[in-house]
Design a protein around this ligand. Structure first.
Ligand code: IPM
Ligand code: MN
Length: 353
């Protein structure tokens, strides 16, 4: 008897529900072929619920999520809610509550997907970014004095403890070992952030030397990293960085791999509950138009399977996506220009499993 995976589904706002529906469609076919069982429990977290009830993530929902094997997320973000409450009250709340301290973002250019980088192809753009996902400036330590007055003073502090840094680095080194070329690049800004940067730098080299001597170590400043990701993306294999820098460079990564239509990510607690999502956001203007690209959500479903230990089923999804992209039937990653609508794209990928 195969195990039944309990998946908490958070379709969220805007186009989130539409792309999640296509991901679930593909998972259904994969489950049948690979003898897997999924039990889905949907939760209506998001801007709609917040506007209706004022609730973000009630404690009762957190307690229920804790029983799941994984969370599958669409997108959170509502045009009628100002920036802040949904991001902090839902997304960051779940990340922090379940200590999802890794944000894993594969940056991979698939065949026939257009990159804005001239002269670069799938052989150049294929690396993993590991972003520390719970600490740093996102911890929220700081405060404001004299608010609204001429001498207003505000701080938000980049904090890191050695254990926080070490656990993230350990995940990154292990991830680096999975690739053919075992090279890990630490991205930071240690020429200016001489305190937290130095902590990351020392921890990186100490761990590498002691525990992962097979992994080549490299270091790049984050500003230079943005240049190289554009000019020489083939230099990167596995990258590891702190939270805010990771937030920024993973968006750049998404763009060079073909855009938000195809980029997926995982909020991972290697020892606990993880959450997988298309990283594109809720794209409210496309809601209900069937124009949004579900490939990112489908890829997120694949990452979820890989994380659950179902490598073959995960590969089946990736292979179907690659087959779909090489078929010539998919014209673009951009919403409305795919040559297929959202549902047709889901049907097409499902048919290739
Ligand atoms: C992301 C998003 C979030 C982040 C926001 C919505 C809080 O940009 O997942 O990258 O900054 O981490
Ligand atoms: Mn981001």
């Amino acid at each position: 008897m195969s195990k039944t995976y309990k998946i908490a589904v958070l379709p969220g706002d805007g186009t989130g529900p539409e792309v999640v529906a296509e991901g679930l469609k593909v998972l259904k076919v994969v489950a049948a072929k690979h003898d897997l069982k999924f039990e889905y429990t949907p939760y209506d977290l998001g801007g709609e619920r917040y506007l209706r009830t004022g609730e973000l993530v009630p404690d009762s929902v957190l307690a229920e999520l804790a029983k799941a094997d994984a969370i599958y997320l669409g997108a959170i973000g509502h045009p009628d809610v100002k920036p802040g409450p949904l991001e902090n009250g839902i997304l960051l709340k779940i990340r922090f509550h379940f200590d999802q301290y890794i944000n894993l973002r594969p940056v991979k250019l698939y065949p026939n997907v257009e990159t804005p980088l001239k002269d670069k192809g799938p052989e150049h753009i294929n690396f993993d970014i590991i972003r520390e996902n719970c600490g740093g400036i996102y911890t929220g330590i700081g405060g404001v004095a004299h608010k609204g007055k001429p001498l207003e003073l505000a701080t938000q502090v980049m904090t890191y403890s050695r254990p926080e840094v070490d656990r993230c680095l350990r995940y990154a080194f292990k991830r680096a070992l999975l690739r053919e070329k075992k090279k890990l690049t630490l991205v930071h800004k240690m020429n200016v952030l001489t305190v937290t940067g130095d902590l990351w730098f020392r921890a990186f080299h100490e761990m590498g030397e002691k525990e992962f001597p097979q992994v080549e170590r490299d270091y790049a400043h984050v500003d230079a990293t943005t240049m190289w990701m554009v000019k020489n993306p083939e230099w990167f294999e596995t990258m590891v960085t702190e939270n805010l820098f990771g937030d920024i460079i993973t968006d750049l990564g998404a763009m060079i791999q073909g855009g938000m239509g195809i980029a997926a990510g995982g909020n991972i607690n290697p020892e606990g509950l993880s959450m997988f999502e298309p990283i594109g956001g809720s794209a409210p203007k496309y809601t209900g138009t069937k124009k949004i690209n579900p490939l990112a959500a489908i890829n997120a479903a694949g990452m979820m399977l890989a994380h659950l230990g179902e490598a073959k089923a995960a590969d089946a999804i990736e292979n179907a996506v690659v087959k779909g992209l090489t078929s010539g039937k998919i014209k673009s990653m951009a919403a409305g220009r795919m040559g297929l609508n959202t549902e047709e794209m889901g049907d097409f990928i499902a048919s290739l499993i």
